[in-house]
Write a new protein. Structure first.
Length: 262
């Protein structure tokens, strides 16, 4: 890490991948940058982006101020977050001055995103009525595993659901048909989603890529956000915030989770 300079930006959000194919890209980009200059949320960005509160980088050495304050496009502010970043900026042309990265504009954007998140969670709450709700919302999954393949956090070299142990052979179909009188095709797709959710609820950074690539438009990212929030709040852990902080599943605290509530 000593040999790497991390440069990031105050993130206005991105459009879903399908937008560039289905929509008028030139008009979208014009509207996008107009909204960014006004410190607003661009319409049509990923749901994950419209609900994201962590759009101001806290781990970058240099932060490019794009959203949250008006600019002409000819000049832009660079913020030094670390001594490494400050040293690099000294070698660049431009005026150096004291300024705050967090502005009224970023606070306005954060409030808008918090409101969007409340609406998204309330909508999901209606759909996810216990286990039956989860089964219903994941029932359209075709088992392509695209969400796992595109995920920047999934780390298993061989996914359990791609292994021979998870492969349905003729004998297994026969057993399922005998037990249940029917079998879902493709098999195991709901188990895959539930299993991945269990693995990911502490690690998910809500990038939204899983929803972006889903061919049947399952709101995977929103569901993971909802389940992940509960677990992350329980452990007071924000994934990706501090590379030195160990993920809670790899640590043990003697007095942790000592009480059980109904």
């Amino acid at each position: 890490m000593d040999n790497i300079v991390i440069i990031s930006s105050v993130c206005p959000g991105v459009y879903p991948l399908k937008t560039s194919v289905r929509e008028n890209e030139d008009k979208l980009l014009k509207d996008y940058w107009s909204a960014v200059a006004d410190g607003k949320l661009a319409e049509g960005i990923r749901e994950a982006c419209s609900c994201c509160e962590h759009f101001v980088p806290f781990g970058a050495d240099i932060v490019v101020s794009i959203a949250g304050e008006p600019h002409t496009g000819k000049e832009i502010k660079l913020f030094a977050n670390t001594e490494k970043g400050a040293d690099l900026l000294k070698e660049m042309d431009g005026k150096i001055e004291e300024s705050e990265l967090e502005t009224k504009g970023t606070e306005t954007i954060r409030k808008l995103r918090q409101e969007n998140e409340k609406e998204m969670l309330a909508d999901l709450q209606e759909k996810l009525s216990g286990l039956d709700g989860l089964v219903e919302i994941f029932s359209s999954c075709i088992g392509c595993h695209g969400c796992r393949s595109v995920c920047p956090i999934c780390y298993c070299r061989l996914c359990e659901f791609d292994s021979l142990r998870s492969e349905f052979k003729a004998e297994k179909y026969k057993i399922e048909l005998g037990k249940r009188g029917g079998v879902k095709i493709p098999p195991g797709s709901i188990a895959f989603q539930m299993g991945r959710m269990t693995h990911m609820n502490l690690s998910c950074v809500s990038c939204g890529m899983c929803s972006a690539v889903c061919p049947v438009d399952i709101p995977v990212a929103s569901i993971f956000r909802k389940t992940g929030m509960a677990v992350q709040e329980l452990f007071e852990y924000t994934p990706g915030k501090d590379i030195e902080e160990k993920i809670p599943v790899t640590t043990f605290e003697k007095d942790e989770l000592s009480s059980v509530e109904d």
